[in-house]
Design a protein around this ligand. Structure first.
Ligand code: NAD
Length: 283
């Protein structure tokens, strides 16, 4: 096992961001997605993000090249056998994550930490798929990862202190501020944020106001930097729906029922910024 190798599963918005930040801080990163084309899209997104830092003058062109050099694309989970930690950032679906953790548990040495960037799924249940529940933890980054400083570190019921400490140190090395939370549906962030976004969608659904009006009320009236419907588009409406379903199932409380408009938009493929259209249109 190499001390400076980090495996990242999923090269979408979050996986690409996590890979970028790890590589910018000197780690060798293996970035995996379902196929080569999906990983390449992630690498292109990282290149575009690094370009923005170069343009702003906060990164030298040679640092951009060195960062990209530290990222190795792969579509083979076997390539993670030398990773000291694997951070999973694949689609927010329990069965998909359970399957990935079962396979990672077989491939990686027993001391490798297996972390999930899940927004809401139980870390305890993910850990139960493995023979190393003490080494499984939640490492919940925020979007866009290179700009957002918070990492919620989620202890599963059996996560041990060594694992917690190692992930806390890693988060600080990556320039982030870790906050310790326990394993409950949605943790802290999405237990509070997502019902607000869902209520904003109900407000639109019931015709109380337009999307622009709802976002303006929350920006100017509550001093939010971004309205809830714009934020939902940035998160991805499929991810928002998946989180609401975890809250609804996990607490068994009807106050968490996902808005029918959210379901309909996801069914229609209107996923927000990543698909080009959600509550707003993107170029
Ligand atoms: P995304 O749709 O942009 O990316 C998901 C990626 O996972 C896709 O590239 C997909 O091809 C890949 N994938 C699917 N199945 C896979 C598999 N079996 N193996 C490898 N890769 C696979 O989604 P995202 O926004 O990056 O979210 C990823 C995770 O991060 C989710 O668990 C989500 O809840 C969490 N998260 C999202 C946000 C956000 O704001 N979008 C914030 C924090 C955490």
């Amino acid at each position: 096992m190499e001390q400076n190798v980090i495996g990242v599963v999923g090269a979408g918005q979050m996986g690409a961001g996590i890979a970028q930040v790890c590589a910018q801080h000197g780690y060798s990163v293996k970035l995996l997605d379902v196929n080569a084309a999906a990983v390449q899209r992630g690498i292109q997104a990282i290149g575009a993000s690094l370009d923005r830092f170069v343009k702003k003058g906060t990164l030298k062109a040679e640092e951009k090249a060195a960062t990209l050099d530290r990222i190795t694309p792969t579509a083979e989970l076997q390539d993670f056998r030398d990773a000291r930690i694997v951070i999973e950032a694949a689609t927010e679906r329990s069965e998909l994550k359970f399957d990935l953790f079962r396979r990672l548990d077989q491939i990686c040495p027993p001391e490798t930490i297996l972390a999930s960037n899940t927004s809401s799924i139980s870390i305890t249940e993910i850990a139960a798929q493995t023979k190393r529940p003490a080494n499984v933890i939640g490492m919940h980054f925020f979007n866009p990862v290179p700009l957002m400083s918070l990492v919620e570190i989620v202890r599963g019921l059996l996560t041990n202190d060594e694992t917690y400490q190692a992930v806390d140190v890693l988060a600080r090395e990556l320039g982030k501020i870790p906050v310790e939370v326990n394993d409950f549906p949605g943790f802290v962030s999405n237990r509070i944020l997502m019902p607000m976004i869902n209520e904003a969608i109900y407000t639109l659904y019931e015709g109380v106001a337009s999307a622009e009006a709802i976002d303006t009320v929350m920006k100017l009236g509550m001093n939010h930097p971004m309205g809830p419907l714009t934020l939902a588009d940035f998160i991805g409406l499929d991810t928002c729906l998946a989180i609401m379903e975890v809250l609804h199932d996990g607490f068994g409380d009807p106050k968490y029922r996902p808005c029918p408009l959210l379901r309909k938009m996801v069914a229609a493929g209107l996923l927000g910024k990543k698909s080009g259209r959600g509550f707003y249109q993107y170029g």
